[in-house]
Design a protein around this ligand. Structure first.
Ligand code: SAM
Ligand code: DTB
Ligand code: SF4
Length: 323
């Protein structure tokens, strides 16, 4: 048997990543699980709770998203929430066992006055003893620095798919724009949460090229969300062929292998997944989930179902800190 690749690399080529994808399924999962155990307690899962702090009416045209003003979805738009309402939700998330509270806004990029309120939210959530994450769209350097000064722990900004396929999915901003924001966030000293979506009609090569882009960033994102597309009626991607569940598990395993120390989050799409597929994903190296009945605008599994699943699997919630 070849020794699993365990060093931290930033020079992955698409063909190497495609070779990992092409391994026999059990071999790929075995290798990924082996690497997972080198850095993490395999029985531990980090849980984050999400809240949409500004919903809908986004000027961008991302084909997967319920919140674009260009798509006719049933979503009710909502202007930015009051700080008190956000802190109430954060307290409830903490009481439910979450260790991180993630706040998402449907903006192309925040205005400086939008950040005034977000800064208050970050300070308040931190004071409750929770880690903080926000996802607000594209940032300028000084905005990222301001969020860092407010005490923000993580900024989420996904690359979403391969550079080539990105152009098919989003026309109002570019893959390069995404990379620029990631640089501002990294330079500000914030932890980076960056991953993508599968099941958008992309090829395996697109998935491999997304993973190459993530792994070849100057620092691996500390958190890598892997979302399975939630198909939303009224969005252009509603009705696209869904991804084979085993291919989804392979994607988790490949992400784990090339970013061994990153926390890999089994993100959107769990409500539509079987318990068995989720168990396979945890074995393949996923060690974080979104917890609570709602993602941003779509359904997540009920908290009780998740707790029951973790118990059946003999897993516990925790920080999933690298060993
Ligand atoms: N507007 C900001 C942005 O685009 O970065 C933040 C919010 S946006 C909703 C955050 C991420 O959610 C997207 O980058 C995408 O990865 C994910 N997402 C959005 N809609 C999704 C869907 N229907 N299914 C799966 N993931 C989705
Ligand atoms: C991420 O990668 N997934 C989360 C979080 N980052 C912000 C969002 C998932 C959104 C799923 C669709 C929705 O609920 O609107
Ligand atoms: Fe707007 Fe973000 Fe949705 Fe794109 S993914 S439409 S930027 S909220």
């Amino acid at each position: 048997m070849t020794t699993p690749q365990t060093d931290i690399r930033h020079d992955w080529s698409p063909s190497e990543v495609l070779d990992l994808y092409a391994l026999p399924f059990s071999e790929l999962l075995f290798r990924a699980h082996h690497v997972h155990r080198l850095y993490f307690n395999p029985a531990e899962i980090q849980i984050s709770t999400l809240l949409s702090i500004k919903t809908g009416a986004c000027p961008e045209d991302c084909k997967y998203c319920s919140q674009s003003v260009r798509h006719k979805t049933d979503l009710e738009r909502e202007s930015i929430l009051d700080v008190e309402a956000v802190l109430e939700a954060a307290e409830a998330a903490k009481a439910g066992g979450a260790t991180r509270f993630c706040m998402g806004a449907a903006w192309r990029s925040p205005k400086d006055r939008d950040l005034d309120k977000v800064v208050e939210m970050i300070k308040g959530v931190r004071a409750l003893g929770l880690e903080t994450c926000v996802t607000l769209g594209m940032l300028k350097d000084q905005q990222a620095q301001r969020l860092k000064r407010a005490g923000l722990d993580y900024y989420n900004h996904n690359l979403d798919t391969s550079p080539a396929y990105y152009k098919e999915i989003v026309k109002t901003h570019s893959f390069e724009d995404r990379l620029k924001t990631l640089e501002s966030v990294r330079e500000a000293g914030l932890n980076v949460c960056c991953g993508g979506i599968v099941g958008m009609g992309e090829t395996r090569r697109d998935r491999a090229e997304l993973i190459v882009q993530l792994a070849n960033l100057p620092v691996h994102p500390q958190s890598v969300p892997v979302n399975n597309l939630v198909q939303v009626p009224g969005t252009p991607l509603d009705g696209v062929a869904s991804i084979d569940p085993l291919e989804f598990a392979r994607t988790i395993a490949v992400a784990r292998l090339v970013m061994p120390k990153s926390v890999v989050r089994l993100s959107a799409g769990r409500a539509e997944m079987s318990d068995e597929l989720q168990a396979l994903c945890f074995f393949a190296g996923a060690n974080s989930i979104f917890y609570g009945e709602k993602l941003l605008t779509t359904q997540n599994p009920e908290a009780a179902r998740d707790m029951a699943l973790l118990e059946r699997l003999g897993m516990q919630t925790g920080n999933a800190d690298p060993a």
